[in-house]
Write a protein that binds this ligand. Sequence first.
Ligand SMILES: Nc1ncnc2c1ncn2[C@@H]1O[C@H](COP(=O)(O)OP(=O)(O)OP(=O)(O)O)[C@@H](O)[C@H]1O
Ligand SMILES: [Mg+2]
Length: 454
Amino acid sequence: MNNPHSAAQWRIPVLLALIAAAFLIFSGVAIALYEENIYRTQQVKDFTEQASILAANETAAVIFDDRKSAQEYVDAMKVNPELQAVGVYNQAGKLTAQTSRVGALPDNLSDVSQLSKLGLLAISVPIAQKNVKIGTVYVWATAETVQRRIARYLGIGLLVVMGALVMVVLSVSQRALARANTELKLRADNLAQLNAQLQREMEERHKTEEALRQSQKMEAIGQLSGGIAHDFNNLLMIAMGNLQLLQRRLGEDAKPLARYIESAEEGLRRAAGLTQRLLAFARRQPLTPKAVSLSALIAGMSELIRQSVGAHVETALALDAKWLVLCDVNQMENVILNLAINARDAMPSGGRLAIETRDIAQMTPPLDGDGFATGDYVELRVRDDGAGMDEETRRQAIDPFFTTKPLGQGTGLGLSTAFGFVRQSGGYLGIESAPGSGTIITILLPRAINDEGQ
Ligand SMILES: Nc1ncnc2c1ncn2[C@@H]1O[C@H](COP(=O)(O)OP(=O)(O)OP(=O)(O)O)[C@@H](O)[C@H]1O
Ligand SMILES: [Mg+2]
């Protein structure tokens, strides 16, 4: 939440607001000083004007020393409350008329400086006739009162304070907004993460459900076909036994019929082979597991594999697994041969078949590996660069009797038997394939316990 990025985000607007507030205060003070200056100049100008008018009026009274008239003009000035005192001095500097709110004025012009201690604004204007100075008018006025001055500047002050406050409030709210924004973004990120996680979980769940459905389907088909195959096998055995009895009974007479009997026997043997595969798929076939090295087993049948796939398919073996696995050797050989033949069929115009083994320590179960526990496994991968399978085919490939091969060429039991056998041996079989990208069949078998670390 307190990441430096967001701190920097709000620091800039706050700094700007503070600069603006400082500028506002500075301009407020400058305006006030300017105003004060103008006011002072104006005041001096006003009083000088009034004094000048009085001086002009007093000219005759001073020439003729008409003190009464002089006093009348001075008294007229009383109406202005800002004027604290007015004095008219004649050519000799003697006071001839006066009015004062601050006590008596000095009699002599030379003493007027005594009044400076009162802090009044003092303005003097000469009384002149034909450019000859014949006297002096002195005016003392109040400099503005503190209250009035405060009242005058209060407006500006208030405006400045309000402006500064607005700036501060703006900056604070900007900061709060930035923080809320960051928080909102964080929440949105969290939400997106949660969403992605939910999506992943849903996908995993979907896959697990799919795997469960598949295994339930296999179980049901297994039970059904296993039951049929078992009884069917018994019936086949009865037919086979009876054929042999017939052959024995006929003795020498059987010779001309041998062809028919042999082909009937061949048919029965093939039917028996089929039921064996069905039983293997249904996991009802008795297995004789032993600890074997898959690498050694495959190396031993490499020639058989090469012959089965033909010269147009290049065979590459990478047999790195060292551990042993517990499985029925004959069944395992059948499975490998089946996978090699499937690969060959997927590469009618040639290609590359790779068979690889390796040891994987403490492997976590694949998603669709139902009932598969973490542990040491030996992995077998049969890889071809053939036609590959579309999604629909890939999903059905291990279904018994599913085949895309022409009638008479495939029974559709190869992969389903392999699947049944691998599962019965506690292992896992997975198919990765896409049209045009070849196929990888992965078989995982648990490491044999009596393996002794070879
Ligand atoms: N390596 C592969 N490349 C492409 N498709 C494959 C491969 N292996 C299996 N298949 C597909 O899966 C189907 C089922 O294979 P499976 O081995 O079970 O039966 P089959 O090969 O058709 O017949 P059978 O093995 O009984 O002779 C195949 O028909 C084919 O469509
Ligand atoms: Mg096959």
